[in-house]
Design a protein around this ligand. Structure first.
Ligand code: PLP
Length: 452
């Protein structure tokens, strides 16, 4: 029979998948290492198992013992799955930044979850790592796993992720991209690949606000600032970040991370978390300068299902002001103007007298009107211009509109973006909006400015 004896046998050995659409202008190949296909749907399953088995071997974990860990969720899931199979209890500390999906997942696997304030810095007793340390001292027969300095964390990647990538690419990998949370993925995989071929470039993707890039490049420790991507970046230096295996650190914004994670679902069918978007952004940045021999692998850290109420929700993205402004059409601007109670288009015909047109301008209290013949924009009338013409020659009121009218306003379809309208309004004081080829309204500079 082809069966697994338990779920732990299915950890690792994840596939590599080529990207085909997001990379369409790139000559190099870009592959996704599908860590989201682990049983716990993240890259952290590997270390959950490795850190527990290492503790067992070293006699640190006794039957019936309690595992304690500070986690952004995924390591907790790897530990909880392993503990479910092996019969340990788990207590996890997490910050309130972590998605509800991850908290519920851990509880569903039988773990206890303690939520700590996101604002507590690494030296505060309320910080989630310090709370985990305290619970460890208060709980008999417990082990604080501490993925940040636990050598089994990078070792797991040195023994599994690195060799898998080497084998899967038949040694052709040229660039490896991962992000730094504890540093385990990048340090362990990087060490293995560098030992195989020191020419392979190891790239770490890091959110703006995290301290890693500045530290690597200048040796200066800065204060971290908040960002929204979960699980990566730090305001301190974990021992498992081994800078000697890292060639370059690339900073990525929350916005780019989330948008690329969303795009990868839509364009490649690969549903991922925000840190995967961070990795993909760095991978694309590296890949765009490579020729066809470039082979870039990036880590798909976890599944997007963990963030359905976060960056995969339009409402959340809008609330965080991360959604690109939707296209605003001139039709929308025009509808907004009409809903404000302003009259629809007032116009003159070329055959009527200036006096008649002026009366309409005054009746509706507008300052300029188009001159329309049939359905064509043939000219324009500006109240101030007419007034000065009449002051100079009172007989102007008897003239035909066609004799004195100014330049016709451009006609722009209502489906056009407001940006196009603005371009026209640099030259012309108003534009006419058309719908299915029929002129339906006028937008002046004032109307568009009011909308913007
Ligand atoms: C979602 C997510 N992505 C990436 C990482 C980074 O992995 P590592 O801790 O191996 O640096 C983590 C770590 O917690 C994570 O939770």
């Amino acid at each position: 029979m082809k069966v697994a004896n338990n779920i732990l046998e299915l950890f690792g050995k994840t596939p590599l998948v080529k990207l085909n659409h997001i990379t369409k202008d790139i000559k190099a190949s870009v592959y996704a290492k599908m860590e989201s296909m682990n049983p716990g749907a993240s890259v952290k399953d590997r270390i959950g198992l490795a850190m527990i088995e290492d503790a067992e071997k070293r006699g640190l974990l006794k039957p019936g013992g309690t595992i304690i860990e500070a986690t952004s969720g995924n390591t907790g899931i790897g530990l909880a799955i392993t503990s479910a199979v092996k019969g340990y209890r788990c207590i996890f500390t997490m910050t309130e930044k972590v998605s509800m999906e991850k908290r519920r997942y851990l509880q569903a696997l039988g773990a206890d979850v303690v939520i700590c304030p996101m604002t507590a810095k690494h030296d505060s007793p309320e910080n989630y790592v310090n709370v985990a340390k305290r619970i460890n001292t208060e709980t008999p027969n417990s082990l604080f796993i501490y993925q940040y300095n636990n050598p089994s964390n990078p070792d797991a990647h040195y023994h599994t992720t690195g060799p898998e990538l080497w084998e899967q690419t038949q040694g052709k990998i040229t660039h490896f991209v991962g992000s730094l949370g504890t540093g385990g993925t990048v340090s362990g995989t990087g060490r293995f690949l560098k030992e195989k071929n020191p020419e392979i470039k190891i790239i770490a993707a890091d959110p703006y606000g995290s301290i890693f890039k500045t530290y690597k490049e200048s040796g200066v420790m800065t204060e971290g600032t908040p960002y929204l991507v979960e699980g990566i970046g730090q305001d301190m230096l974990p021992e498992n970040v081994h800078f000697k295996y890292i060639d370059e650190i690339i900073n990525i914004t929350d916005k780019e991370s989330f948008h690329l994670s969303r795009r990868m679902g839509r364009e490649e069918g690969i549903f991922s978390g925000g840190s995967t978007g961070t990795n993909l952004a760095a991978a694309l940045r590296v890949a765009k300068d490579l020729d066809k021999n470039g082979l870039v692998v990036f880590i798909v850290c976890d599944t997007g299902e963990r963030y359905l109420t976060k960056h995969h929700s339009d409402e959340w993205m809008r609330e965080k002001r991360l959604l690109e402004k939707d296209k605003t059409t001139l039709g929308v601007v025009h509808q907004t103007k009409l809903s404000g109670g302003l009259p629809n288009m007032i116009f003159a015909s070329p055959e009527e007298t200036v006096g008649e047109a002026l009366a309409r301008i005054e009746q509706y209290n507008v300052s300029q009107i188009p001159v329309i013949e049939g359905n064509r924009s043939v000219g324009s009338l500006d109240e101030a211009d007419i007034m000065s013409m009449i002051l100079e020659d009172p007989a102007t009121v008897e003239k035909k509109v066609s004799e004195i009218m100014g330049k016709a306003y451009p006609v722009v379809d209502e489906s056009e973006d407001i940006k196009h309208g603005i371009q026209y309004l640099k030259e012309s004081s108003a534009i006419l909006v058309s719908q299915y080829g029929r002129i339906v309204g006028i937008l002046t500079r004032y109307d568009v400015l009011d909308f913007v």
